[in-house]
Design a protein around this ligand. Structure first.
Ligand SMILES: NC(=O)c1ccc[n+]([C@@H]2O[C@H](COP(=O)([O-])OP(=O)(O)OC[C@H]3O[C@@H](n4cnc5c(N)ncnc54)[C@H](O)[C@@H]3O)[C@@H](O)[C@H]2O)c1
Length: 277
C-alpha cells in the first residue's frame, strides 16, 4: 500500500502520555501518522521509534495555541498523505490553584491550549474533512474535569467543560448536516503521563500538585486508554469514559442542579476511579 492509500491519523500533544499512546496504537493499526507537539526533541524521538517499527510518520513541531500552526499542520498532512481520516485534538496542560490565585498567565495558558487548541484544530481541519466527502472521525480530549468540578482546578475545569460543550455542539452539527464525520469526546480520570511535570505545570512544588502527580502516576496506562478510544471510534460513540467510578458523583451533581440544592464536592475515590484529573 502506498502512503497516499493509507488511512491518516493526526495527533496533537503526541509526544507524551495519552497522545503517545494514541500514536503507538494508531501505528499498530496501520495508520500513517501526523504527529504534532511543541516539544521538538520528544516528538523526534517518538517519530524515529515509530519509523523504525515501519510507520509512515510526519512529525511537525506545533503550538496548538497558535491557529496558523494548525493550518500549517493540515497543509503539511495534505501535502504528504493527501487526506486526513482521524483527528485527535489532544494537547493539554494542567494549571492549579484557587480561583483568585491562578495568575492571569495560568488562566490564559489553560484556555489558550486546552480550549483554544481544540478550537484551532476544529477550525483548521473541519473544512478539509467536510470537503473530502468521506467518513472521518474527530476525538477531542477533555477530562472527567469536563464533567465534574473540583476545588483548586478551576482553570482546568473551565477549559475542559468548554471542550465538552464544543464537542457536543460539533456532534449535533454533523448530525444536522448529515455528514459522515463522527465526533467523540474523551473524558478520562487519571492516566499515567507527564502533565504535572511538563514545563507548563504551575506551582509544581505545591502539596496539592504532588498529590495529583502521585494520583496520575497510579492511573490507567496510555495504551489501554488508546485502545478504548479506537473501540469508541469503531462504534461511532460520542462519550469515551475510560473510568467508570465517577458516575455516582455526576449523578449527585445533576441531582443538585435539578433539585436546585447546593452542590457538594464529592471526595475522590481511594481506588482512583472517581477522582477528577
Ligand atoms: N493524564 C491524565 O490523568 C489526564 C486525565 C484527563 C485528561 N487528560 C488530558 O489528556 C491530554 C494529554 O495530556 P497527558 O496527560 O498525556 O499529558 P502529557 O504532558 O504527558 O502530554 C501532553 C503533550 O502535549 C504537549 N503540549 C502541551 N502544550 C502544547 C501546545 N501548546 N501545543 C502542542 N503540544 C502541546 C506536551 O509537550 C506533551 O507532549 C490533555 O488534554 C490532558 O488535559 C489527562
Amino acid at each position: 500500500m502506498t502512503e497516499q492509500q493509507q488511512q491518516v491519523a493526526v495527533i496533537t500533544g503526541a509526544a507524551s502520555g495519552i497522545g503517545r499512546g494514541l500514536a503507538e496504537r494508531a501505528a499498530a493499526r496501520g495508520y500513517a501518522l501526523v504527529l504534532a507537539d511543541r516539544d521538538s526533541a520528544a516528538l523526534e524521538r517518538l517519530a524515529a521509534q515509530l519509523r523504525t517499527e515501519g510507520a509512515a510518520v510526519l512529525a511537525q513541531v506545533t503550538d496548538v495555541a497558535e491557529p496558523g500552526q494548525l493550518e500549517e499542520l493540515r497543509d503539511a498532512a495534505l501535502d504528504r498523505f493527501g487526506a486526513v481520516d482521524l483527528l485527535f485534538n489532544n494537547a493539554g496542560v494542567m494549571q492549579t490553584g484557587s480561583c483568585w490565585e491562578i495568575s492571569e498567565a495560568q488562566w490564559q495558558r489553560a484556555l489558550a491550549v486546552n480550549l483554544g487548541g481544540v478550537i484551532n484544530g476544529v477550525r483548521a481541519f473541519l473544512p478539509l474533512l467536510l470537503a473530502q466527502g468521506r467518513p472521518a472521525h474527530v476525538v477531542n480530549t477533555a477530562s472527567l474535569a469536563g464533567l465534574l468540578n473540583s476545588p483548586f482546578m478551576a482553570a482546568y475545569n473551565v477549559s475542559k467543560q468548554a471542550v465538552v460543550a464544543l464537542s457536543e455542539s460539533l456532534h449535533y452539527e454533523m448530525a444536522a448536516l448529515n455528514q459522515p464525520i463522527g465526533i467523540s469526546v474523551l473524558c478520562p480520570g487519571p492516566v499515567v503521563s507527564e502533565i504535572m511535570t511538563s514545563d507548563q505545570g504551575q506551582g509544581a512544588d505545591s502539596e496539592f500538585n504532588r498529590l495529583l502527580d502521585d494520583h496520575i502516576r497510579q492511573g490507567m496506562s496510555p495504551p489501554d486508554v488508546a485502545e478504548l478510544v479506537f473501540e469508541a471510534i469503531a462504534e461511532k460513540r460520542f462519550w469515551i469514559l475510560p473510568h467508570k467510578g465517577f458516575k455516582p458523583a455526576l449523578r449527585t451533581r445533576l441531582e443538585s442542579v435539578l433539585s436546585e440544592s447546593n452542590p457538594q464536592f464529592t471526595p475522590f475515590d481511594p481506588q482512583g476511579d472517581a477522582h477528577v484529573a
